[in-house]
Design a protein. Structure first.
Length: 155
């Protein structure tokens, strides 16, 4: 059964934060053939501020998971702002999850689950889960998590 992602957002009581403006020379989204590519997104709060901190130093795994979920909300906002109707998305294909973490922190997959679980809630278990990588690094502006993704579009 195909879910209506816009209706799911309402049903789940989700609030999308404002879509961020590009912080460099890049497109927030790009459509190539039947794929929608979304540039790396950070966790934007509803007031427009960033969720910051390093996992394993300033934040624990659960706080990181919430930040990753917020990245998902930010990404949905970016897609709606720069692409349009979420109903045009057939499925999530690929996710690259980057976690701002201290040396020794090794729970990056658990953190990125916050994003993946949100996409499954919005697009359904089958279409909201794709292939994924979760890695640790130092991120710009000390944001807790950055995620880029690729979606398949309906013909």
């Amino acid at each position: 059964m195909k879910l209506d992602p816009d209706l799911r957002i309402i049903e789940l009581g989700l609030i999308l934060p404002p879509a961020p403006k590009p912080a460099g020379v890049y497109k927030p989204v790009l459509v190539v053939d039947k794929f929608l590519y979304v540039s790396g997104q950070g966790p934007i709060n509803n007031d427009g501020s960033l969720m910051t901190g390093r996992l394993g130093a300033d934040l624990d795994t659960e706080e990181g998971k919430l930040a990753a979920r917020q990245v998902g909300l930010t990404m949905l906002s970016t897609i709606k702002t720069h692409f349009g109707d979420l109903k045009k998305i057939k499925r999530l294909v690929k996710v690259l999850g980057m976690v701002n973490c201290a040396p020794g922190f090794d729970k990056q997959p658990a953190v990125i689950n916050g994003f993946s679980e949100l996409m499954a809630e919005v697009f359904g278990e089958e279409n909201g889960v794709g292939v994924r990588s979760a890695v640790g690094m130092i991120l710009p502006s000390n944001i807790a998590v950055e995620i880029e993704a690729m979606f398949e579009l309906y013909d």
